[in-house]
Design a protein around this ligand. Sequence first.
Ligand code: FES
Ligand SMILES: [Fe+2]
Length: 440
Amino acid sequence: MGFSANVENDLPGINAEDYISRDFLDQEKRKLWPKVWQIACREEEIAHPGEFVTYDIGDDSIIVTRTKSGEILAYHNVCPHRGRRLASGCGKANQFRCSYHGWRFDLEGRNVYVQDPHDWGGELGEADIDLRRVRVGTWGGFVFIDMRAEGESLTDYLETVPDYLDPYEYEHMRYRWYLTLHLDCNWKVALEAFIENYHVATTHPQILPFVGDDYSQSYAQGKHAHFGFWETKTPLGYPSPRLKRQPPEDERVGVIDFFRTYEEQLKAMFSERDYKAAQGLMDVLPKGAPPGSAFFTAVELGRKAAEAEGIGYPEGATFEQMAKAGANWHIFPNCATLPWFDGALFYRARPDGDDPDKCVFDIWSLVRYAPGTEPPLERVVYTSMEGNSAGQILDQDIANMAEVQKGMKSRAFRRALVNPVQEMEIINFHHHLRRYLELE
Ligand code: FES
Ligand SMILES: [Fe+2]
């Protein structure tokens, strides 16, 4: 019996080469990363003058900092003298001093010291010795950079993203935790594990008994895209219809199980406050209330708990707005987010050096905290998952990644067969990626 999943036909597909070849990675380096707005950090990481973050992408490194006047600026992290990188990681500085020959730059990127400048006979101009500026924009508390000297604004670049996601007030969220993983897969393999819901039933079976309907739909939004559960008829707290189980005897228990599982296994999207509030369901809602009411009531309990702490839920974030936005967004090219009233999960993927089989993957849990109650930022880095855990749900996702990367190199695998209903975010991603690379 013959079987081939990779015959030539019109089904949407993505070439395996796009994930595994060094040439494709090199094209991304030349034609993608220098031409897109991308998230370098969040504003709270550079809340005070002199605080800086270096953002490395491809062969480029960018310093993002806040000046004494409070402005956010970014410039290339390279000394104009002989090319030494000026800074690494994150920190706080009054000036950036090159460790090679001592040239110094202020927070505006202006050169303030050259050793023995007379040697150049007065020929050194500001344009020669100042750091090269990079464009900066902010949205939702994120600091974006764009290496193009001019071009579309961040607002134009984001297209419909703010229309759908502004109501969540990402700018009022803060890091609950910050995890950076070095993974053995292409950056797109890592990202794509988080821009479709098709994998959930198999990869995360533990959530099926109470997640409601896990069947998703997905749509392009320009070069960005989203998925949601616009056709669902099964409320959260119920078993997924895939399990073919009877409706639950007590829907409240399923809803509490949902919040507990996310708190124990992910610690993201929902806050600890949401979980504690959901436990109050048993007291405020009678057993046998109409289907769906347990989840809505749990959300209202979460809202009241947030209000009691002085932060509340975002005013514009209503159930109607949430239904419109859907559950998940891909922000082209390398970020994804799952927003909620009280927080959000955020992902950022990048290649790691010149190896198409490796990536650097950041996972950020963002939560609405009452001012002054946010935890101190601790950036945790795992250079390998060996002996480490990112929580059960993410561990399940990560377990697929290196195996996908290996599988894509099989001589029997030429292209990925992407689900046209549930994996449109991935289809749209590659369509626009290939346009940037001038392959389409
Ligand atoms: S390379 Fe920076 S001062 Fe020489
Ligand atoms: Fe997952």
